[in-house]
Design a protein around this ligand. Structure first.
Ligand SMILES: O=c1ccn([C@H]2C[C@H](O)[C@@H](CO)O2)c(=O)[nH]1
Ligand SMILES: [Zn+2]
Length: 144
């Protein structure tokens, strides 16, 4: 993963974050997902008055990409913090989103935590060790 790609994805996550729908938490998150095709899919968190239907930014980006026919991914950048301000801290993906990533990505998938001018880079294996994957259910015929 080049520094240029890391910066490009981070900027896309910071930028789309401004479109988050988060009236209840006031915590805005943006995600930018790079598919193996080269296409970048963005997502924001979308909250709901009933709370539980809330969708995280990461899953919004993944589900958008999947609906476009993508199945293979390289990296995701995530930026989150108080709505209306630039993020002060890094925002790590929640456990549900990590599991959704595992459905479509292997251990080497790159997860970039972004704030203005600074990034931390991890792999999915770093953030979801000893994972439960499609192979555990489908056996060898599973892609991952
Ligand atoms: O990695 C994260 C963490 C939280 N959220 C959202 C869910 C909720 O709308 C708000 C506060 O948890 O932030 C994300 O989208 N991604
Ligand atoms: Zn999540």
């Amino acid at each position: 993963m080049t520094n240029e790609v890391i910066k490009k994805l981070s900027e896309a996550a910071l930028n789309v974050r401004k479109k988050a729908y988060c009236p209840y938490s006031g915590f805005a998150v943006g995600a930018a997902l790079l598919a193996k095709s080269g296409e970048i899919y963005t997502g924001v968190n979308i909250e709901n008055a009933a709370f539980t239907p809330t969708n995280c930014a990461e899953r919004t980006a993944f589900f958008t990409a999947i609906a476009k026919g993508e199945r293979d991914f390289v990296a995701v950048a995530i930026a989150g913090g108080k709505a209306g301000e630039e993020p002060e801290d890094f925002c790590a993906p929640c456990g549900v989103c990590r599991q959704v990533m595992r459905e479509f990505c292997g251990d080497a998938f790159v997860i970039i935590l972004a704030k203005p001018g600074e990034e931390k880079v991890y792999t999915l294996k770093d953030l979801l060790p000893q994972s439960f994957s499609p192979r555990d259910v489908l056996g060898e015929k599973a892609k991952r």
